[in-house]
Design a protein around this ligand. Structure first.
Ligand code: F1P
Length: 610
């Protein structure tokens, strides 16, 4: 969840590190720090609580000098948000460390280190990495072998970069459970937790594998696998846009990403589907044959990605006639589950690094699934590398912590998967036509739906003083209501709950009064009449409703009900279309409330710790 950047160069690296941290700030943003080492041995460490800008403001020509350096933006796990707990941490004027992850046995290590005479000066688990490496320096010939010995003592997850004040020519990096990517330059090399951080300085990357330890000098990168054997890791030329981290004309990344949806969905569909059907092989070389024999799909994900999976279940069962379970990764990984015959495991993740989803994949790989597919947005991420098949959503870099375009491209991917599996499982010609026509029309429909912006901006005023809200939906719009509620709570801090509208009488109706806005997602399908009855139940109890409905659904605005007409669309794509007004609503409510839209409090973009 934290961001890591490091560099070994001839030039002063402070600007490279600060720019890298800014580009990673969306991952964790409660404090930031940098440690710099010069060829003459001069060492500087600067740390600040708050945003990376607070750190940048504290850098001066005197303290901002060093040709080797490590830097970090923090999302606190152990120890409060204080300058003293901010990384880099160090041991006895010698070893500096930045770390992403959790050292689970840090209490044990700490007791041992105190016994050896080390003074513990922070509340963090990370400090134990610095002291442990330091304590091993005497018995080892090099920093590299001391780190190789140290990692054997660590339990938990880490992506860590270690620097020795006695040797400015190198840093040692180690990966277990938290991603690290080495950036290769000319006469200089870099390390980061995400390639985004390094795009201004290189496009050549080497992704470390689980258990790797690497030594990085200006001219050389040497990687050792978990058994300590030297290994070659593939060098990949990145095609991620350099300015992907630019807000352009938009006030927030989230707004930019909401408006990018027509073009990224077009991108996600390009070359993969046409009016006749899907293109062969889009899920991988041998995937078509495999998908033909799938009889059950197990979907695993977290957060917004989980909502995409929940929606997909309706599609896979309704259109493709295969049974489907969807489960939150953190639950799935810690319980025994039964694997159905001919089961396909599908993980969904924007980042491809979510710790629980990755752990669930690893667990499932040993449980008898016929194959694993990941629907993911980040090439080279752990889920992509470790799954049998990968389908890239091609949404481009998503910086806003609250996911928007990643979600709609995930849903798009699931419609393609529904076609691919359904083709061999009795997908009806009528449904196939609706899905294909829906997909063809999707980018234009999304554009049309974005025209609702002005009306929704005005509507948002009515939510700004509310403390609670209820989202209702039925069928495949139920997960869309869940996603709408998640968006609102994430960025506006208004408590929002979603219910399948049939559940209204089973509890939530007790909460209805004129202080509790009820947001209804109303598709124009066979469930409409049922939903209308639910709406009447709310009205009869004095509730104020906001109904997002197809114009043909014949809802009329009155004193207790505001109706927002959503463009008419094919039934298959309705969940994608109805997502848009809910995203806009939460964005404008947050804007009015003045919250930090792109970096909401306590959250982080990539949840790499469980
Ligand atoms: C899952 C997720 C996101 C959410 C936030 C935290 O991430 O819950 O949906 O927007 O960024 O993590 P992922 O597995 O989809 O990357």
């Amino acid at each position: 969840m934290c961001g890591i950047v490091g560099a070994v160069a001839e030039r002063n690296v402070v600007e490279i590190l600060l720019e890298g941290l800014k580009r990673l700030e969306y991952r964790g943003y409660d404090s930031a720090g940098v440690a710099l080492l010069s060829a003459d041995g001069t060492y500087n460490r600067v740390r600040r609580t708050g945003k990376v800008q607070a750190l940048a403001d504290a850098i001066t020509p005197e303290n901002g000098v060093g040709s080797t350096g490590i830097a970090h933006t923090r999302w606190a796990t152990h120890g409060g948000v204080t300058e003293n707990n901010a990384h880099p941490h160090y041991s006895t004027n010698r070893i500096s460390v930045v770390h992403n992850g959790i050292i689970e046995n840090f209490q044990e290590l700490r007791a041992d280190l105190v016994h050896k005479g080390y003074e513990i000066s922070t509340d963090t688990d990370t400090e134990t990495i610095a002291h442990t490496v330091h304590s091993l320096l005497d018995e080892h010939a090099s920093l590299l072998s001391a780190v190789q010995a140290a990692v054997k003592k660590f339990e938990g997850a880490y992506g860590t970069v270690i620097m020795d004040q006695h040797d400015p020519s190198r840093v040692i990096v180690a990966r277990s459970g938290s991603p690290l990517v080495i950036g290769l330059g000319l006469g200089e090399n870099f390390i980061a937790s995400d390639q985004m951080a390094l795009l201004p300085v290189t496009r050549r990357f080497m992704f470390l594998e689980e258990g790797d330890v690497a030594e990085i000098t200006r001219r050389e990168v040497t990687v050792f696998d978990k058994n300590g054997q030297p290994v070659e890791r593939e060098i990949i030329e990145s095609n991620v846009e350099h300015d992907a981290g630019d807000k352009g004309q938009y006030r927030h990344y989230m707004l930019k990403e909401i408006h990018e949806q027509p073009s990224v969905v077009r991108n996600a569909l390009a070359g993969r589907v046409n009016a006749e059907g899907i293109t062969k092989g889009i899920f991988g070389e041998n995937a078509d044959e495999l998908l033909a024999s799938v009889k059950h799909v197990q979907i695993i994900a977290c957060g917004t990605s989980y909502h995409a999976g929940m929606t997909a279940r309706y599609w896979l069962e309704q259109y493709a006639n295969v049974s489907c379970n969807v489960e939150i990764a953190s639950e799935f990984r810690y319980r025994k589950s039964v694997v159905h015959p001919n089961s396909l495991l599908v993980t969904i993740s924007q980042s491809g690094e979510t710790a629980d989803t990755l752990a669930a994949l690893r667990l499932a790989q040993e449980s008898g699934y016929m194959s694993s597919l990941t629907i993911c947005n980040v090439a080279g991420s752990s889920l992509v590398r470790e799954s049998d098949m990968a389908f890239m959503t091609k949404a481009g870099a998503e910086i806003g912590v609250a996911s928007t375009k990643a979600f709609t491209t995930q849903l798009t991917a699931f419609l393609l998967l529904t076609l691919a599996i359904g083709e061999h499982n009795g997908l009806s010609a009528e449904d196939k036509e609706d899905i294909l026509a829906g997909l063809q029309s999707l980018p234009a429909k999304l554009e049309e739906t974005l025209l609702l912006t002005d009306g929704i901006e005005a509507l948002a005023e009515e939510f700004a003083d509310k403390h609670h809200s209820l989202f209702l939906g039925r069928g495949e719009q139920y997960p869309i209501a869940m996603e709408g509620a998640l968006k609102l709570k994430e960025i506006s801090y208004i408590h929002a709950e979603a219910y399948a509208s049939g559940e209204l009488k089973h509890g939530p109706l007790a909460l209805i009064d004129d202080e509790m806005p009820v947001i209804v997602v109303a598709p124009n399908n066979e469930l409409l009449e049922k939903l209308k009855s639910n709406v009447e139940e709310v009205r009869a109890r004095g509730g104020i409703m906001y109904v997002f409905a197809d114009k043909d659904a014949q809802f009329a605005s009155d004193d207790t009900m505001r109706v927002i007409s959503v463009p008419h669309c094919h039934a298959s794509i309705a969940p994608i279309i109805y997502t848009i007004p809910l995203q806009l609503l939460s964005y404008y409510v947050a804007l009015i409330k003045g919250t930090d839209v792109d970096q909401p409090r306590n959250l982080a973009k990539s949840v790499t710790v469980e």
